[in-house]
Design a binder for this molecule. Structure first.
Ligand code: SAM
Length: 266
């Protein structure tokens, strides 16, 4: 849905999910958006309501109030990550990631991103292993940057979107974390996978990643997210052929994550 809407309004799309509904808002200057008017329709058993409103003059301030800092993990229990937009005050007592929400996917607020950071925090709390990390489908780079702040190094990441790679590079610089971000289409082939690899993608894309892995290019720890809680089995099956076995899973709402470790006989 977001992908379709982004084509209509590359300037801004928002998704807000709540109990029983999902709201998509697309923004554009006068004349930029299709004139949809007010509509109500039933599509595939769901009610779709469309409305258009004029955005008030103080939209910039309202937009800012929408983007709140996000705490992942409890600092009382060990490492925690604080993700904030640039205008919010810093928290020097935590692994802090500054992300400008005006950029590519990944303000950190999405449940799939949060699930990956929770899994990274879980490993960090056990004292590692740290070392090299790859972020597949890096978006704004938030996962690689958070990993860097938690102790992983060296870091690399990739995305097929030019804008994502540019935003990720900029965010890494703003956060003072060195990450080698590259433009790669995972459907065309995989980069070299670090011992810790994070992949916040979708179940079909995770299956493509699994198909591209080999004995010579296999992470020791793999954190996957972006799957629906109903898709655990297909993702587990996809990585099983490489001897990657599930060591943990997470769930937030409809979204799920899986952590795998390479079995000792691989
Ligand atoms: C769910 S987002 C995750 C972004 C970021 N890692 C995060 O957690 O906030 C998935 C990302 O994968 C990228 N992606 C989708 N298909 C891809 C492909 N075939 N090759 C590389 N990246 C892809 C998208 O552009 C998007 O940035």
């Amino acid at each position: 849905m977001l992908a379709e809407l982004t084509v209509l309004a590359p300037g801004g799309v928002e998704e807000v999910a709540s109990d029983g509904y999902v709201e998509y808002a697309i923004y554009g200057a006068e004349g930029e958006l299709p004139d949809l008017g007010e509509e109500e329709a039933v599509i595939a058993g769901g009610t779709v309501e469309v409305e258009a409103t004029e955005v008030a003059d103080d939209w910039a301030d309202r937009w800012r109030t929408f983007h709140k800092p996000l705490l992942v993990g409890d600092p009382e229990d060990g490492p925690a990550v604080w993700i904030r937009p640039p205008w919010e005050p810093e928290r020097a007592d935590m692994a802090e990631v500054v992300v400008d929400p005006g950029q590519a996917f990944g303000t950190g607020a999405h449940p799939t991103t949060r699930l990956c950071i929770e899994a990274l925090i879980g490993i960090a709390r056990e004292g590692g292993p740290f070392g090299e990390l790859t972020d597949l489908g890096c978006g704004s780079g938030v996962l690689a940057i958070a990993a860097g702040k938690l102790g992983w190094k060296p870091l690399d990441g990739c995305d097929h979107e030019v804008a994502a790679v540019a935003a990720a590079r900029e965010n890494a610089a703003v956060n003072g974390v060195e990450v080698d971000f590259e433009r790669i289409d995972l459907k065309a082939g995989l980069p070299v996978l670090a011992p810790t690899t994070v992949a916040n993608l979708t179940a079909p894309l995770l299956e493509i990643v699994a198909a591209g892995m080999s004995r010579e290019n296999l992470p020791e720890t793999l954190i996957c997210s972006g799957l629906l809680a109903t898709e655990y089995d297909r993702v587990i099956d996809a990585f099983a052929s490489h001897g990657l076995v599930e060591t943990g899973r997470g769930v937030i709402g409809d979204w799920g994550s899986l952590t795998f470790a390479r079995s000792s006989d691989q």
